[in-house]
Design a protein around this ligand. Structure first.
Ligand SMILES: [Zn+2]
Length: 168
């Protein structure tokens, strides 16, 4: 199947730095509308997110899970759907001497391959959208069409264009 991969922090939800508290949950502009549009078009949505704050001990995996569950619930409440969320809990600062960093932290593409295996996604027919260059690099490494999201604009505007270009 074809899918849209989205970054989480500052693409779907606002992030002032290591966001994990449900009370800090806030949509990026046009993010709700984008999720509704994708769902209405029958396009499965996956999130791929770096959560290095876990490795740094700033929050726990459970904290992140609660935030993600809230995000999925809010998306559903708005008429959107997030099918699955893949995360990297690692951070370069926490890698021990002589150890290699993981292959799942963007700009690496490990999480794309994992989701593709799990869900049967055709990566070369899918799209990645994120606000960082590392999102675009990771998406390209995975073989997806990859777009840099300008976070001063509405996410829905870009998603509308992406659907028109890749899903018709
Ligand atoms: Zn990782």
């Amino acid at each position: 199947m074809r899918a849209v991969f989205l970054d989480r922090d500052n693409t779907i939800t606002r992030d002032e730095g290591y966001c994990y508290k449900v009370s800090d949950f806030d949509w990026m502009p046009g993010a709700e509308a984008a999720l509704v549009r994708l769902h209405a078009a029958g396009i499965p949505v996956f999130i791929i997110t770096n959560q290095g704050g876990i490795a740094k001990g700033l929050f726990t995996q459970d904290d992140m899970q609660k935030f993600n569950d809230h995000l999925c619930a809010m998306a559903a409440q708005s008429g959107g759907k997030i099918t699955d969320i893949a995360f990297c809990p690692h951070h370069p600062d926490s890698v021990k001497a002589g150890e290699a960093l993981c292959d799942c932290r963007k700009p690496e593409a490990g999480l794309f391959f994992a989701l593709a295996d799990k869900w049967g996604i055709s990566l070369d027919q899918s799209v990645m959208i994120g606000d960082r260059e590392s999102d675009v690099i990771a998406g390209n490494k995975a073989g997806c069409h990859s777009y840099l999201y300008d976070k001063t604009s509405a996410l829905d505007t870009l998603v509308k264009q992406v659907i028109k270009t890749h899903f018709n």
